[in-house]
Design a protein around this ligand. Structure first.
Ligand code: PEP
Ligand code: MG
Length: 427
């Protein structure tokens, strides 16, 4: 039907939450409906991610995306114009083919993703469906468990913490609303505990809205988190998760990990995690090793994969080939899904499908550089994967995702189900 046929593709350079330029694209159809998407950006990027096209040169430190904007309005518009927005896979495939490179380096993964997601939004609008239902159908009624990054370290903060993310995970609640606000109670308590212990500078925030206190040791962060959870009466209901983002503290020269003032071999690093999961209520660890160390990832999975979720982010980069390698080696038991790591919605959906079919769980994720676009909230509900990480319950670009989930839960009414513990696929 001509109404769904793409008539116009417009893009512009906007800003992300770090004040960096990013791209927003709007797709309009003959029938007069439209959809847009704003692309996020990572700081701790995996090496195998889709190419993020930046202008280079002097302007904005080379970070501009005007070339990507021109690619959307020029060659990519040419590829998609006249196509039916409901044919997502066809449109994505056509863009990938036209780009012709392995990592989307010709037009830019950021340019391609903006068109891909705006297409889905336009299709949903044309069908009069919310995005989550367009993506997931009538079965899409499960609201994901939020993984809230409340203490920021690594490259997301200016402190000494090697581990990048200390997350709280409200698991044992009946609704998403209850779970989210339990997380907010913990966040508030954490703030006052941090100020009490380290002074006012401890309330400074990192890139994902979590606190960036002057803490140097992982255990210190975990202790204060456990204290905050206890203080507000949620012990046993709110658990903990880590994103080590270990590529960030791996020294390639000597093959050692630099954590908490120690230099550790992969074996010692494994012992470090084994010890942490014994002592703290940790239900999930992401990127525990350097992104190419599948062997160590596999070894840790063998030891604790039955009771702790082990998530591959930089390991898999939402890339089916890398995920399949992980599945074969039983490295990790969960996929972190970031649509801009691979660059199209279709490839992201395929990757999630491969993961779920192999018995891996899936966690939809934001990036450290975000916009207020809440599309990943809809994606998590649409995928029925039961997990999302979108940062702290603070700052506009983070809460836009959580607020969207509140809205979806409200809209679904009695049909809504909170994913809860079972989403993690562990005992
Ligand atoms: C992450 O590592 O999971 C993350 C969200 O950070 P970034 O977007 O910087 O890769
Ligand atoms: Mg990560």
């Amino acid at each position: 039907m001509a109404a769904f046929s793409i008539s116009e593709v417009r893009a512009m350079e906007i800003l992300d939450s770090r004040g960096e330029p990013t791209i927003m694209t709007r797709i309009s159809t003959e029938g007069g409906f439209s959809g847009s998407f704003s692309v996020p950006a990572g700081a701790s990027r995996g090496r195998s991610e889709a190419f993020e096209l930046r202008d280079g040169g002097k302007r904005l430190g080379g970070r501009g995306v005007l070339t990507a904007v021109a690619n959307v309005e020029g060659p990519l518009a040419e590829v998609v114009r006249g196509r039916d927005v409901r044919r997502q896979w066809e449109i994505d495939e056509a863009m990938v083919r036209a780009d012709g490179t392995k990592n989307k380096s010709r037009f830019g993964g950021n340019a391609i993703l903006s068109v891909s997601m705006a297409t889905a939004r336009a299709a949903a609008a044309g069908l009069g469906e919310p995005l989550y239902r367009y993506l997931g159908g009538v079965g899409a009624r499960e609201i994901p468990v939020p993984f809230m990054n409340v203490i920021n370290g690594g490259v997301h903060a200016g402190n000494e913490l090697a581990i990048q993310e200390f997350m709280i995970v409200p698991l044992r609640f009946n609704t998403f609303r209850e779970a989210l606000f339990a997380g907010v109670e913990v966040y508030r308590e954490l703030k006052s505990l941090l100020i009490g212990k380290y002074g006012r500078s401890a309330k400074n925030l990192g890139d994902e809205g979590g606190f960036a206190p002057p803490i140097g040791r992982s255990e210190e962060a975990l202790e204060i988190l456990v204290g905050a959870i206890e203080e507000v009466g949620f012990s046993g209901k709110v658990k903990l998760a880590l994103d080590a983002a270990a590529s960030g503290f791996f020294d390639e020269e000597d093959g050692k990990y630099l954590v908490d003032g120690r230099s550790m071999s992969p074996g010692e690093m494994e012992d470090f995690y084994l010890d942490l999961v014994e002592r703290y209520p940790i239900v999930s660890i992401e990127d525990p090793f350097h992104e190419e160390d599948f062997e160590s990832f596999s070894s840790l999975t063998k030891k604790i994969g039955g009771r702790v979720q082990l998530v591959g982010d930089d390991f898999f980069t939402t890339n089916v080939e890398r995920l399949k390698k992980g599945i074969k080696m039983r490295a990790g038991n969960a996929l972190l899904l970031k649509i801009n790591q691979i660059g199209t919605l279709s490839e992201s959906l395929h990757c999630a499908e491969v993961a779920l079919r192999a018995g891996y769980s899936v966690m939809v994720s934001h990036r450290s550089g975000e916009t207020t676009d809440p599309a990943i909230a809809d994606l998590a509900v649409g995928l029925r994967c039961g997990q999302i990480k979108a940062g702290a319950p603070a700052r506009g670009e983070r809460v836009s995702k959580y607020n969207r989930l509140l809205e979806i839960e409200e809209e679904l009414g009695s049909e809504a189900v909170f994913a809860g513990e079972s989403a993690l696929g562990i005992d």
